[in-house]
Design a protein around this ligand. Structure first.
Ligand SMILES: [Fe+2]
Length: 470
């Protein structure tokens, strides 16, 4: 009996040890990066910086930017500003290696904000483009003409590879410039940017100095004129300032930036959806009403059934305020929207949610928190293979600086977090796999600070954690 008892005790201790070990693993969070950076104040680049230079020539178009102009990716909206005079609303465009030129006619507007009057802001949709084609386009027709180019996406379909860049909370500091430079020089070339809100931070200046909207437009033109940036609005787009009688939220953003919201049945430019190659992208508005019966709620409820994963396997959601965030900054701000919409995200197997707002980086496990019903007390996030991965990428480098304080201990659902500026790349390979990498500004262009192979939730919904990696 004696030896058997000793064996039982040994087995018991072994099992106990394993249980305790797994308990510790379960209770501890993921990784808080040990990367040590030099903490410096983030400062806006002065207005006479070369990145803000006004293009030479009379009434030269400036702040040129493009975005997708329809649901399918066969239209582009070209926008630009002329400062001295109205100039032409026309865009001339042509296919590479073709001498046949097309013309599209846009519209222009101006706006006033407190003591600021904008230049002439032009928006011109160009439609019926061919997929997967390089187009050149020209603006400033008849005055100072400027030429740019872009590629249309491949035809919407399940196995067309496509690579997105991710940038958030960019602003216009020296760090913002480093972020944009790193994105441009990343050897994995992004073909379009999913921008998760907070563009210029002009509202940080007295009277929301809208000249800083202009300088931001000139700063990012080197990317936005050549590839579409898919816009999400953040709190810094509100520009709501009743103290100076500016009470129409989003006034500068609405005049300057376009989204193809009507094409997806939305009634406001702040929430909409597009398809691009293999992806279905839903953009939500953290600062517009989203409760039951509101226009955004009604739209989103009708939107999910439209997603056909056989056509667009990858379901991506963009928003500004994150639902899962373990930094001290903006803690719980996304909670009410999470309570409203998270069950839909799990039911519809959203692959990934990208948010900004918190000026740092964080990636979650696949988790959900949808069991709570007021009386049952079940209110902790749990691992859920039908749930999205939540990524906070508000680390573009704006003048408010880094969010460095984190909640401790790191929550179980947080897989990786680091307070550094950077950008990310989400590279869809086919219907089952996408490779994701986050790049911190301090590293070389090819270096990744955090990576993950995504397995599509509809076509290949297996656990992506390292022990299950395939
Ligand atoms: Fe924000």
């Amino acid at each position: 009996m004696g030896p058997v008892r000793r064996f039982d005790l040994f087995s018991f201790l072994l099992v106990l040890g394993l249980v305790l070990n797994s308990f510790v693993l379960f209770c501890n969070g993921g990784q808080t990066s040990s990367f040590v950076r030099k903490v410096e104040k983030t400062v806006d680049m002065p207005l006479d910086s070369d990145v803000f230079r006004v293009p030479p020539g009379y009434n030269a178009p400036q702040q040129v930017h493009i975005t997708q102009g329809d649901v399918e990716g066969k239209a582009v909206i070209v926008s630009w500003v002329t400062q001295e005079a109205l100039g032409s609303n026309t865009v001339i465009y042509w296919k590479e290696n073709s001498s046949k030129k097309y013309k599209a006619q846009g519209k222009s507007n101006t706006y006033k904000y407190y003591n600021y009057t904008s230049g002439y802001i032009h928006h011109c949709p160009i439609r019926n483009l061919e997929y997967d084609t390089k187009y050149y386009y020209m603006v400033g027709v008849g005055q100072t003409e400027r030429k740019f180019w872009f590629f249309t996406p491949p035809e919407v379909g399940p196995d067309v590879p496509y690579t997105f860049g991710l940038i958030g909370d960019l602003g216009q500091t020296f760090d913002s410039n480093i972020t944009l430079t790193h994105y441009e020089n990343n050897p994995t070339k992004g073909q379009a940017v999913m921008f998760v809100g907070d563009l210029s931070y002009a509202d940080q200046y007295p009277n929301h100095d809208n000249n800083r909207w202009d300088s931001w437009g000139r700063f990012v033109e080197r990317s936005t004129a050549y590839q579409p940036w898919i816009w999400t609005v953040g709190n810094h787009e509100l520009d709501f300032a009743p103290e100076i009688k500016e009470t129409r939220p989003f006034k500068p953003f609405k005049h300057r930036y376009r989204t193809p919201y009507r094409s997806s049945g939305s009634t406001e430019p702040f929430w909409y959806s597009i398809k691009r190659g293999p992806a279905y992208i839903i953009v939500l508005a953290s600062y517009s009403a989203y409760g039951k019966y509101t226009p955004q709620y009604t739209w989103l409820e009708e939107e999910f059934p439209k997603v056909n994963r056989t056509e667009t396997p990858w379901l991506i959601v963009l928003m500004h305020s994150p639902w899962y965030n373990s930094y001290d900054y903006h803690y719980m701000e996304g909670e009410t929207m999470r309570v409203m919409y998270e069950p839909w995200f799990v039911k519809n197997k959203v692959d990934v949610v990208f948010a900004g707002h918190v000026h740092a980086y964080e990636r979650s496990e696949r988790i959900s928190n949808i069991a709570y019903n007021i009386v049952n007390g079940i209110c902790a996030p749990v691992k859920d293979q039908s749930a999205p991965v939540y990524i906070t990428i508000g680390d573009g480098g704006n003048l408010e600086g880094l969010a460095t304080k984190m909640t401790e201990p790191q929550p179980e659902y947080s897989a990786f977090r680091e307070a550094s500026f950077g950008h990310a790349i989400f590279s869809i390979k086919n219907r089952t796999h996408a490779y994701y990498g986050w790049h911190r500004n301090q590293d070389g262009y090819a270096v990744k600070g955090d990576t993950m192979w995504f397995h599509n939730r509809f076509w290949h919904p297996i656990d992506e954690s390292p022990s299950f990696d395939s």
